[in-house]
Design a protein around this ligand. Structure first.
Ligand code: NI
Length: 253
């Protein structure tokens, strides 16, 4: 059984065949999934989905792309959504300096406001951090009581070790199956088995051999298999461990 710790099934590309896709995931052995919000509407949708399926849980929050929309009113909306017991995390939140749109200061402000909310509510966070390693580390270190997962982790093995020391989990997804994956095996090598999460980031990041097609949680098996190979454990063992890790981090019983 697999636990997909990061998916966006609310995206429009799933609207047509949603019921079919969800059935396929179950057939593929997915026993748990986190539906991750990235703005206001997707956060509401995540909560709705988590209330419809007993094996789906929700995270609510604004991705750095949506940072300009994060104000006190939006934080209050997220706080209210977190009263629903199906909400297990704040996310995805963070920094993305690849396009710098919105600008860095706007992203940092939204990130801090949402870290503060997580601290107040004692919830874990799902972090999106791209090309902003230094500022990312600086901001999380201002919230020592908050941990969570760096989703689709793209930092160095050294940064991974620093995060692991602070109690964080690291998320691995489709790119681990790509031929040119260089950093991911090095990061996996320093990450203990009890701190790894597998994720699809559906509909994005589709693993080989389906690269280029729409991703869904059914493909999370391919990520688990690659990690199992790198860590020298059986694929079933990797599936079991990452499921345990996901449930522990998101406090799912
Ligand atoms: Ni995502």
């Amino acid at each position: 059984m697999y636990f997909d710790s990061h998916a966006h099934l609310g995206e429009d590309c799933f609207a047509q065949d949603f019921v079919h896709i969800v059935e396929n995931m179950r057939t593929a052995g997915v026993s748990g999934m986190m539906e991750i919000g990235f703005d206001g509407p997707s956060s509401y949708h995540a909560v709705e989905l988590a209330n419809r399926y007993d094996w789906i849980w929700a995270a609510v929050g604004s991705h750095p792309d949506d940072a300009a929309q994060v104000d006190e009113a939006r934080i209050e909306e997220y706080r209210a959504l977190c009263e629903d017991p199906r909400v297990k995390a704040i996310g995805e939140i963070g920094l993305d300096y690849h396009y710098e749109d919105p600008p860095r200061d706007v992203q940092q402000r939204a990130f801090r406001m949402q870290m503060e909310l997580a601290q107040k509510l004692s919830l874990p966070v799902v972090i999106h951090e791209r090309e902003a390693h230094e500022d990312g580390l600086r901001i999380i270190s201002d919230f020592p009581d908050v941990t969570g997962v760096f989703h689709c982790f793209s930092g160095s093995p050294e940064m991974a070790q620093e995060l692991l020391k602070l109690g964080w989990y690291l998320g691995f997804d489709g790119p681990v199956t790509y031929k040119n994956a260089r950093r991911a095996p090095e990061v996996a090598a320093v990450t203990p088995l009890d701190r790894m999460l597998i994720e699809t980031d559906s509909p994005y990041m589709t693993p080989v051999p389906y690269r280029g097609k729409r991703n869904d949680s059914g493909y999370v098996r391919l990520v688990a298999e690659k990690l199992a190979e790198w860590k020298g454990v059986a694929p079933e063992e990797m599936a079991r461990l990452t499921t345990e890790n996901g449930k522990r981090l998101f406090r799912i019983s």
